[in-house]
Ligand binder design. Sequence first.
Ligand code: UT7
Length: 327
Amino acid sequence: MPSAKIVGTGSYVPARVLTNADLEKLVDTSDEWIVTRTGISQRHVASDEEATSDLAYHAARGALAAAGLDPADLDMILVATATPDMFFPSTACIVQDRLGARRAGALDISAACSGFIYGAGVANGLIRAGTARTVLLVGAETLTKVVNWQDRNTCVLFGDGAGAVVLRSVEEERGILSVHLYSDGSKGPLLMLPGGGSRHPMSQAVLDSGMTKIQMNSGNEVFKLAVRAMEDAALTALKQNGFDVGDVDFIITHQANMRIISALGQRLGLPDRKVVANLQRVGNTSAASIPLALDEAVRDGRVQPGHLVLLCAFGGGLTWASALIRW
Ligand code: UT7
């Protein structure tokens, strides 16, 4: 059976930067609170003209260039996002058109902050089954467009960005070794954006209620669930593949909170140098966070061929997931 190998990565963040000092002028918060509670110092914010597909497009171009491939080589485009351009067409179709990827199918993945690993699971399945040879997987978000800028509990957390990878079918045990996907819909209300869909169609009342913005009920409960769930998913991935924690070269988790990332690293017994984190500069970018951090670690030379890279995510749904990659 062929394997799905990542042959190129790319990323993109909008030019505008919003610092913690800027947020101090918007809500009752402080740089000190945000840094000590989350680790975040700044985030990027899309302009009025920039939609999720625009960020996705730039990240995709970077990944294709790194892979030395052309859009016409793509069989499938997957875009993981919780902030699509619109209900339909899918953001993946908009990216397909802009890239000029004539031969590619296109599909959005909705699994909130776990979306990139869910997308990796879909890409892996398509490639292993022989349905696709070359897949573009993008995680892209413009969360700042759906944040309630009066809610200090959430508005300090999120940022915009996109990360992309190109996966190719190879005849060696390389690339994605396993993907584990989990969900618990009963805890969905902890983290949601309930308005504007078929349950609460758009109306003035729905707009006024704040339901078209991100709502997080008990960030603290989400925090604890995230650490436990990602630890479970990480250990399952290692066990299934016959590895120990000591075999892992890098862990790249969803970038929600530096304290979550550190707690996970400590519980697994991983030294700090093996834990990739970039949320200080980009905030929580949901489905974009893992591919953004991955692209950075590839481009600065940390991740090298042969390395064992463990990905873990947790987010709305609730959803959580892990993927183990032999780079
Ligand atoms: O990406 C998807 C998954 N999402 C997550 O993983 C988020 C997980 N949760 C977290 O990262 C953390 O729970 C938060 C960063 C959201 C909050 O940190 P915490 O240490 O859990 O704080 P808390 O919710 O227990 O709140 C502590 C206090 C509260 O005040 P009181 O009730 O103790 O008086 C909040 O009102 O901090 C207050 N607070 C703030 N203060 C200043 C909440 N937000 C702010 C703020 N600035 N921005």
